[in-house]
Design a protein around this ligand. Sequence first.
Ligand SMILES: N[C@@H](CCC(=O)N[C@@H](CS)C(=O)NCC(=O)O)C(=O)O
Length: 227
Amino acid sequence: MITLHHVPQSRSMRVLWLLHELEVPFQVVIHPFDKSLRSPEFLSLSPAGRVPALEIEGERMFESGAMIEYLCERFSEERMGRMPGTPDRMAWLTWLHFAETVSAHAATLTQQHIMLYDDKMRSPYVMKLEAARLAKCYEAIEARLSTPIENRDYLLTSGFSAVDIAVGQAVYIGKHFAKIDAFPELSAWYERISGRESFQASLPQGEQRVYEQEFYPAWPLPKEGNA
Ligand SMILES: N[C@@H](CCC(=O)N[C@@H](CS)C(=O)NCC(=O)O)C(=O)O
């Protein structure tokens, strides 16, 4: 049995989404997004106390990107994965790892807007800069989806794959801090992938959410002299 250790609305959602696409049995253990991730029990699953953690075939894995690669190799070489030697392999790896570039900005913004509990700890500069860096990532996705090939509905020329899941999950979180409306191809792609049953099944199902608001605007920068 595969066991996914999951915090709703975190990077573990991308592994949950993939598991829903794969025809394999799995179970989910939901954790709160708090200090319990630093308990000795949890650290034995994920040594830096991060989600996702995965138990599979008697082994324990951390790092969502590695999980996606491994699960695709084991269970969906052609549909969700693109194996060495196949035409979209390079693009598959590139976009899989680009998901982490997007997620890193979303994680910093989550810390700024939600995790830091006192306004004095937050920085309008970091909020503005990171939201702009996130939008730069959207530009990269928009450019990819605008590459003129017939039926460019997904990130890969060969169609929907685990990289749409990885990047799509990063955009799902990023949307809380930088809107996607100004990016028509990205918006249409997001609509397409988030309409999948597997995505809907990966959303919080009544559990506590990390994001109580749909959107968290960056604070205005202080006027010069008041910084
Ligand atoms: N590169 C790692 C990042 C994992 C990560 O930082 N996950 C966040 C949630 S999105 C986490 O567990 N944060 C808890 C903490 O930092 O205490 C991956 O993709 O698995």
